[in-house]
Ligand binder design. Sequence first.
Ligand code: PBG
Ligand code: ZN
Length: 324
Amino acid sequence: MIFPDYRPRRLRQNSCFRRMIRETKLSVDDFILPLFAVNGKGIKNPIPSMPGHYQLSCDNLVKVVKEAKNLGIPGVILFGLPDKKDPLGTQAYAKNGVVQKAVKAVKDKVSDIMVITDVCLCQYTDHGHCGFVNKNKIDNDATLDLLAKTALSHVNAGSDMVAPSDMMDGRVAEIRQSLDENGFSDTPVMAYSAKYCSAYYGPFREAADSAPVFGDRRTYQMDPANAVEAIREASMDVEEGADIIMVKPALSYLDIICRIREEIDLPVAAYNVSGEYSMIKAAGKMGWIDEEQVMMETLLSIKRAGADMILTYFAKEAATVLNR
Ligand code: PBG
Ligand code: ZN
């Protein structure tokens, strides 16, 4: 196929040809909307670094979930901000914890949308780490039981799927076992399998008040330099019973999404994280980029890399564009 016998531009000359040969198409079905739940009533605190996103009390959260549903979005993922934190993150698995209440409220009032809950301790611990801390070290095995308790309490409250984001070794198996033992063998686990230690989480940590008080997350989240290790992490989670494998963040890790898609035969999710959202919002506000086009191109690139679903703060806006 050499020029002039072959001319790739022949099939680019009008929008009908372009539509015929288009390889990747974004759909509203691809999106999962992350939301932040707080206790109280009538609360809608704007998150400055994430324009369009708020910390929401149950009443307002339910409204946003209804909006998402009406746009055709198939799922939301909930994060909670508790009133009080302690060393063991007890509010993460409290019967009346903020996420447990939010799940209940949403499941009571909205149907036909999946409510996924993020399982981690960092929003609930006073030290801000994702695991149990012993002498300034994160104790992997002592954390597993707390995570399993958290996951079970979410599912007891009505969560449709749990998503552990802590990056402790062995937590998927522990959660799977606990759900199975309690009659929830039909509830899937979406594992944050290749979750990197990334500065792109900055705005989220402000939104969820979950930054570590000492040290960093390098002893449990993955080194951004590693790709083969991501396959190992994902394979472990498959063995342990994960139903969906997630890569996070998305944009600096499109190669990881692509490799995991090729090597793992489970649905793959990608998390288009807070910093990725904030950068586009900021540049858009400055007038330096066409925000809507960059949003759609970005989401398309994540799908083209191999993601079957995209957790994104753009979910509602992108759905609005696709529904237009
Ligand atoms: C907590 C958690 C984080 C995110 C999701 N769950 C932050 C972190 O690990 O520090 C990041 C999400 C985002 O940046 O949008 N385990
Ligand atoms: Zn965490």
